[in-house]
Design a protein around this ligand. Structure first.
Ligand code: NAD
Ligand code: MG
Length: 338
């Protein structure tokens, strides 16, 4: 790796707890960066065989933690407090580092880490599959990092070395703190990325279909083509999107965008942010998880049964090149959208 901080973990044993979206990507990237990785999982759990098949030394969480200099907690947020109390707290070495990819449990005090360990955060700004894919092609996903507790005097170096090890150093590293990462991450996924975007798409689809247009055409207009727009945002911001869409699409954007997303929307976004900041969201989510996810399951079922999912499944079956790993059609020059 390019940066000097990488050597901080050169002799370290890293325990990666969890082998899901982030855990698998981190474990593979760290190993390919030449670092010593053990994966900690429940024996008989869903990922145990997968991690072994991919060549990892796999151990029960407590055993993985025992010999580790850095413990990356990459299980679902809601199971982390029990995992911490049962497997990490009694076993982590003094002076070792406890690393999170999201600050939720530390910020909302669901985990109060032992005073004799470093507590750090490295949060890739992308899903695990992208963290792995970018690494494999020699690039990385930007990461934000933070130090909550530094007993070794090396906490910052460890966070940067870990970020380097997963490929983030090839992209961009930004310093944050646990509060900022937790609150902005929750806000982004709720208001814009997962919540905002899927609600916008569903409402657009419903509007067209209720007005009598074909669902297949509505699907392409409000869901499929969104990728082309988001790719332009990603490459060059709103300016690049405006460069590539027609004059007519631009005029429509200027006069109709603010009619749909208006000052009322922003007021409600502020209310969402307030619930995150004052702990209301965290309290509700923890209670929902403890109750066995009754509302979560109901909401998820409604999303999966939305008519856009039925028409989408049929259309995607006729576009096999969209599936990851399938051969792509010859690249065509980017056409204008709108
Ligand atoms: P995930 O649900 O994809 O994977 C969880 C893994 O933990 C699985 O391998 C599962 O078998 C294992 N697991 C579950 N319970 C366990 C237990 N009690 N003991 C040991 N292993 C257990 O999780 P994820 O989405 O990768 O999230 C991990 C962390 O990364 C979270 O803190 C999340 O907020 C953060 N994060 C996720 C993303 C993302 O895109 N998914 C992005 C940034 C940060
Ligand atoms: Mg998140």
């Amino acid at each position: 790796m390019s940066t000097t901080s990488h050597s901080t973990l050169a002799q370290a044993r890293i325990a990666v707890l969890g082998y899901g979206s982030q855990g698998r990507a981190h474990a593979l990237n760290l190993r390919d960066s030449g670092l010593d990785v053990v994966v900690g999982l429940r024996k008989g759990g869903p990922s145990w065989e997968k991690a072994r098949a991919e060549g990892f030394n796999v151990a029960e969480p407590a055993d993985a933690v025992r010999g580790a200099d850095l413990v990356a907690v990459l299980t679902p947020d809601m199971v982390q407090p029990a995992l911490y109390h049962e497997s990490i707290e009694p076993n982590i070495k003094p002076g070792a580092a406890l690393l999170f990819a999201h600050g939720f449990n530390v910020h909302f005090k669901q985990i109060e880490p032992r005073a004799d360990i470093d507590v750090i955060l490295v949060a890739p700004k992308g899903p695990g599959a992208l963290v792995r894919r970018e690494y494999e092609i020699g690039r990385g996903v930007p990461c934000i990092w933070a130090v909550h507790q530094d007993v070794s005097g090396q906490a910052e170096a460890k966070a940067k070395a870990y970020a380097d090890g997963i490929g983030g150093g090839r992209a961009l590293l930004i310093k944050t703190d646990f509060k900022e990462e937790t609150e902005t991450d929750l806000f982004g996924e709720q208001a814009v990325l997962c919540g905002g975007a899927s609600s916008l798409v569903q409402a657009g689809f419903e509007t067209l279909v209720e007005a009598g247009y074909q669902p297949e055409i509505a699907y392409y207009e409000v869901l499929h083509e969104l990728k082309l727009i988001v790719d332009l945002f990603y490459e060059g911001g709103i300016a690049r999107m405006l460069e590539f869409v027609s004059e007519t699409a631009q005029y429509g954007d200027y006069v109709s965008g603010p009619r749909v997303i208006d000052a009322g929307t922003k007021e409600r976004m502020k209310a969402v942010l307030t619930d995150i900041q004052d702990g209301t969201f965290a309290r509700n989510w923890i209670a929902e998880h403890k109750a066995g996810l009754p509302n979560y399951k109901r909401f998820k079922q409604a999303d999966l049964e939305h008519p856009i999912e039925q028409v989408g499944a049929k259309l995607r079956a006729r576009m096999p090149w969209l599936q990851a790993g399938a051969a792509k059609p010859a690249a065509e020059p980017l056409k204008k959208v709108g």
